[in-house]
Design a protein around this ligand. Structure first.
Ligand code: TNX
Length: 488
């Protein structure tokens, strides 16, 4: 890639005259742990602890006084940004500083994009000064592994992609009508029975506690948080199929492989319901790596308003008991949520009032408006996979929107961040997943990272044009959007 193709666009990029820094023979200084961050980002240097054969040095440091030195690097709310960073690249010295190791992860993602192949095949970094910080502190993807299961290694590939575009959250939708994907030791039938089911054409499977912990560690090493979601009180057929005890008549429901939504539910009058919620949300809180747990709350269409609120409040209380904060889909804003919850906005066809109420009550909104951010939507009528209920999403649609302009009454101060949505009723393999994510994920990454006033579609379109070289090299399938003049 090159300095003129950075995505997301940093706050400030100054290119300097002079010969490039020679990257492939450089040494790294800083602690070994910091050096490992560089190696993980795939910046081809000699490796931590191994002196390079050249004169170049990459110097990494965490600077506790960073914000005093860079007072402008704040987020959308004017708060200091943990993920801010500064890079100065000169002929023989690349200095990288950040207020936290997380900021260094973002810096080296940029460094990886700065590396160019010199004419003689060696690797160079152009001399430059880059100052950067994100607009929003939450930049992620909601990934449905319930309709179709994705293996740990495939999710690691997704983590790599998120980290490359400086995104920080992998939200895993771990249960739905079609399957249950994370082991709950006290309720083994959830995965024994519903781990082997899936949506039509989708893959089945589940994560053991150890496998999930391995993914969480891998993600955390790359500055990515894993946010688990168990969806209640609708989208629960996998649970009621495994445990008839959740049904008023005590009988398990049939397995479901179709793509209908909104038909399944939990019952507040059934005593086992509460125990179930306490157990599953405790497991979610032990499994995830961030401050939040997602309780679902979408499309409980068969439930009375009263039962819905009661059950959402029960789920939220089960999460609060573990010390974590609650995230729910927008409908959950109609319930009484614990302080500092987050509601995830997805559908303009569903009543917006719960979202407005939630914000009025001091909660904040995670923006995933389906017509711009649901990447299970087809690009156009010729896309071989996906759906179209929220319309087609070609690259301009994924790029040209402002999170602060989505909902009347909700501005910057009510927004925590942005997530893409990826639902897998009709997207079943890693190749299909990547084809739907690329090039839209980089567009969403820039929506969530770069301040609105610095974003420009024509400029983005030209910067993204040579990223396909990286996707090919990483063996990732991608959609050749006709909107872009691809370099290869
Ligand atoms: C709506 S988004 C859903 C999902 C579907 C998706 C398909 C949301 C909160 N619920 O259950 O998979 O549409 O695009």
């Amino acid at each position: 890639m090159s300095i003129s193709n950075l995505v997301p666009l940093p706050r400030s990029v100054k290119q300097l005259e002079g010969p490039r820094f020679r990257a492939d023979t450089a040494s790294i200084s800083g602690s070994d742990e910091l050096a490992v961050i560089v190696e993980r980002a795939g910046v081809a240097v000699a490796g931590p602890g191994v002196p390079g054969s050249g004169t170049g040095l990459i110097e990494l440091s965490v600077d506790p006084e960073f914000h005093a030195h860079h007072p402008d690097l704040t987020d959308s709310m004017g708060n200091v940004a943990d993920e801010a960073y500064w890079i100065s690249a000169r002929e023989n010295l690349v200095q990288v500083t950040a207020p936290t190791p997380l900021g260094l992860s973002r810096a080296v993602a940029t460094l990886a994009q700065l590396v160019e192949t010199n004419r003689d095949g060696s690797l160079g970094i152009p001399q430059c000064i880059i100052e950067d910080a994100p607009r929003y502190s939450w930049r992620g993807i909601s990934m449905d592994v319930a309709r179709s299961f994705y293996a740990i290694d495939e999710m690691k590939t997704l983590v790599d992609l998120l980290a490359f575009y400086r995104m920080n959250t992998l939200h895993l939708h771990l249960s739905d009508d079609q399957g249950w994907r994370l082991e709950v030791p006290s309720l083994p039938r959830l995965t024994e029975v519903s781990g082997v089911t899936a949506g039509e054409g989708g893959r089945s499977g589940f994560y053991t506690t150890e496998e999930f912990a391995d993914l969480v560690q891998y993600a955390s090493d790359r500055g990515v948080t894993v946010l688990p979601e168990f969806d209640v009180p609708g989208h629960t057929n996998a649970a009621t199929h495994a445990y008839g005890e959740l049904m008023p008549d005590g009988k398990p429901t049939d397995a479901y492989a179709g793509a209908k939504v909104g038909f399944s539910k939990l019952y507040p009058g059934v005593p086992f319901t509460k125990e179930f919620m306490i157990d599953v949300f405790e497991v979610a809180s032990l499994a995830g790596s961030g401050e939040y747990i997602h309780i679902g709350g979408d499309e409980a269409l068969e439930q009375s308003t009263e039962d819905y609120k009661l059950l959402v409040e029960q789920a939220a209380a089960a999460v609060a008991q573990t010390g974590k904060k609650v995230v729910g889909w927008q409908e959950a804003g109609s319930a009484d949520l614990p302080p500092n919850s987050v509601v995830q906005y997805w559908n303009s066809n569903v009543d917006p009032d719960p979202v407005l109420d939630a914000v009025a009550n001091g909660h904040r909104v995670l923006m995933s408006p389906a017509p711009h951010a649901y990447f299970d939507m087809m690009y156009d009528e010729s896309t071989p996979y996906g759906q179209d209920w929220a319309g087609f999403i070609e690259l301009p649609k994924a790029y040209q929107w402002d999170p602060a302009e989505q909902l009347a009454g909700i501005d910057e101060s009510g927004i925590v961040g942005v997530e893409a949505g990826m639902w897998t009723e009709r997207i079943h393999t890693l190749d299909e997943l990547m084809y739907m994510l690329l090039p839209r994920i980089p567009a969403l990454a820039e929506v969530s990272w770069t301040p609105q006033e610095s974003r420009d579609w024509d400029d983005f379109k030209s910067r993204i044009a040579d990223h396909s070289e990286y996707w090919d090299r990483s063996d990732l399938k991608w959609h050749r959007s006709p909107e872009v003049n691809w370099k290869i």
